[in-house]
Design a protein around this ligand. Structure first.
Ligand code: OOG
Ligand code: MG
Length: 253
């Protein structure tokens, strides 16, 4: 099977909300081949008129790595059809087995044309916000290898972003939580994200540039969850809270 066929298989699984077997069970692929498959699956979305709106980082915290048994930083692409307005309804039947994560989002102030470091990172960002990421592995039982999940665009399926706050709003060492109805289902400290969530932004800038897809003004970066992810059910309201950033929710219908 060639990469285009694998990209089509994953894309179709997403469109039809039907799980597919792990690629690695039948076809050994390398990490760079997995990113190639990811790129081709995103190209299929672009061919349908969808647009790239940013990137998401994954496995930036121990909580996430331990939950999924994958121990390397990964990155995926966000397209405009994945975006939901804050407080919107999320139709459960568009997904296979969706999970939610509380995240921090960055909004790019300008195109990235030079090296980004912790010292200059703030100058590339206009706003920060709390966000919910909806992940929905296209693989059966939400199980995958590192290469599988990368090929599957890092399980990206949806996201919503809370009120954008000024870029100097504190995002280091803040409490973050995910609440389903009134139950706290996950909580952690933002520093669980690479010791400092800004490190995730720096990594996103470096990795996107290295892959010829440099971040542009208006793009969004999701830093990765500080907590493990939770399955979401019809009828629930899921909300993410981050100290000082406020909260955002989705109603699962
Ligand atoms: C992969 C995506 C990981 C994060 O925030 O770490 C991720 C997955 O767990 O399915 O989005
Ligand atoms: Mg995530």
């Amino acid at each position: 099977m060639n990469f285009e066929e694998l990209a089509e298989r994953l894309d179709t699984a997403a469109v039809k909300a039907t799980a597919t077997p792990q690629i690695s069970h039948s076809t050994p692929i390398t990490l760079s081949e997995a990113y190639k498959i990811q790129e081709q699956s995103i190209q299929r979305r672009k061919d349908r008129g969808q647009q790239l709106v940013g990137v998401k980082m994954g496995f930036t915290s121990k909580a996430k790595m331990e939950q999924m048994g994958v121990h390397d930083l990964i990155w995926g692409r966000l397209t405009d059809d994945m975006a939901y307005a804050a407080g919107a309804e999320l139709p459960r039947d568009k997904f296979i087995h969706p999970r939610a994560e509380p995240e921090i989002a960055f909004l790019l102030a300008k195109d990235i044309t030079e090296e980004v470091t912790l010292d200059n990172a703030l100058s590339f960002v206009s706003k920060v916000a709390v966000a919910i990421e909806i992940i929905d592995s296209r693989y059966e039982n939400f199980k995958f290898s590192l290469e599988d999940v990368v090929a599957d665009n890092c399980s990206s399926a949806g996201f919503t972003i809370g009120e954008w706050k000024e870029v100097d709003t504190k995002i280091i060492d803040i409490l973050m939580s995910l609440v389903c109805d009134d139950v706290i289902v996950g909580k952690g400290n933002s520093n669980a994200i690479m010791g400092n969530p800004w490190e995730s932004f720096v990594a996103a800038a470096r990795i996107s540039k290295a892959n010829n897809e440099p971040l542009k003004a208006g793009h969004i970066v999701l830093a990765g969850a500080a907590t493990s992810a939770s399955y979401i059910k019809v009828g629930e309201t899921v909300s993410a809270h981050a100290e000082g950033l406020g909260s955002v929710h989705l109603d699962i219908v």
